[in-house]
Design a protein around this ligand. Structure first.
Ligand SMILES: Nc1ncnc2c1ncn2[C@@H]1O[C@H](COP(=O)(O)OP(=O)(O)OP(=O)(O)O)[C@@H](O)[C@H]1O
Ligand SMILES: [Mg+2]
Length: 265
């Protein structure tokens, strides 16, 4: 199996501090990873590297076979091969565009603009992705009027629009109510199990948000890897407790996960 993502000794240093500290991690084709770690651990920074928007200070990052910062790698060719849905993205998108336009513009690598002639086939694809995310009723709604959950689902549809080989999701379920979270987990689970779906890396704070079909976990704390491997092996109470710095018990219930703090003695 080929590598979708390979980081070797990657560090990101800002103001003398390593936000990502000598991370070596690889994602192979067919794997779907969850990144867990406390606030400020470096999860979003890692996704910025994986999306080629941030270059490591030291070490090498190879994404879909292209090594960042080498003469043969053109990030402008690489970026359309990567789908990103994160919190930062929503702010960049025009609030007045419709949901359909918001998804469609991704096909043209733009965050704004409706002047282009859009191909019929692209519109059909945009509608199909929105349908898949349960957003059919909202296609003509202005993006700026959506609820948090509706916005998140739109951003995932948008990230899928370029047919990415790698899909990066930064806290896709943050801010959703229980029903919204369960709906999203179900949809992500369906995507994760789809053999032609892209490789996925999802950042989350809650093991409850790990959809069935996800295979591996990366745990980071203060920029360093604490555990990396198959969920069944590495998502343990011990690792999670070390990661978040408090005693936790993690359990697998059917094909889902839950975690809670140990009661005070
Ligand atoms: N440009 C920068 N200069 C200095 N520090 C930065 C810079 N960008 C991020 N940081 C710091 O790097 C650390 C890691 O940030 P990052 O956003 O990757 O964390 P995170 O794991 O995604 O956290 P959260 O769970 O809160 O989203 C944080 O302490 C943040 O304040
Ligand atoms: Mg973050």
């Amino acid at each position: 199996m080929s590598d979708v993502l390979e980081l070797q000794d990657v560090s990101v240093v800002r103001e003398g501090r390593a936000l990502v500290d000598q991370v070596s991690w690889s994602v192979k084709e067919g794997e779907r990873w969850v990144i867990l770690g406390p606030n400020g651990a470096g999860k979003t920074t890692l996704l910025h590297i994986a999306s080629s928007y941030l270059f490591p200070s030291t070490g090498t990052a190879t994404i879909l076979g292209e090594t960042l910062g080498t003469p043969g790698t053109d990030v402008f060719e690489l970026r359309p091969r990567i789908g990103i849905a994160g919190n930062g993205m929503a702010d960049k998108l025009p609030k007045k565009q419709t949901v359909l336009q918001t998804v469609l513009t991704a096909a043209y690598g733009m965050t704004a603009g409706w002047q282009e002639e859009y191909e019929e086939i692209d519109e059909q694809r945009a509608r199909a992705f929105l349908d898949r995310l349960g957003m059919s009723e909202f296609v003509d709604r202005r993006f700026g009027t959506l609820s948090e959950g509706e916005r998140k689902r739109t951003l995932i549809a948008r990230a899928l629009m370029t047919d990415p080989e790698l899909l990066l999701l930064d806290e896709p379920a943050a801010g959703l109510d229980l029903g919204g979270r369960e709906d999203l987990v179900r949809r992500l689970g369906r995507l994760a199990r789809d053999p032609i779906a892209p490789s996925m890396v999802m950042v989350t704070h809650h093991v409850e948000e790990i959809a069935p079909g996800f295979t591996h976990v990366l745990m980071i704390r203060q920029g360093k890897i604490l555990a990396a491997g198959p969920l069944e092996l590495d998502l343990t109470s011990r690792n999670l407790s070390l990661c978040f710095g408090l005693p936790l018990v993690v359990e697998q219930v059917g094909d889902r996960w839950t975690a809670q703090g140990l009661p005070m003695a």
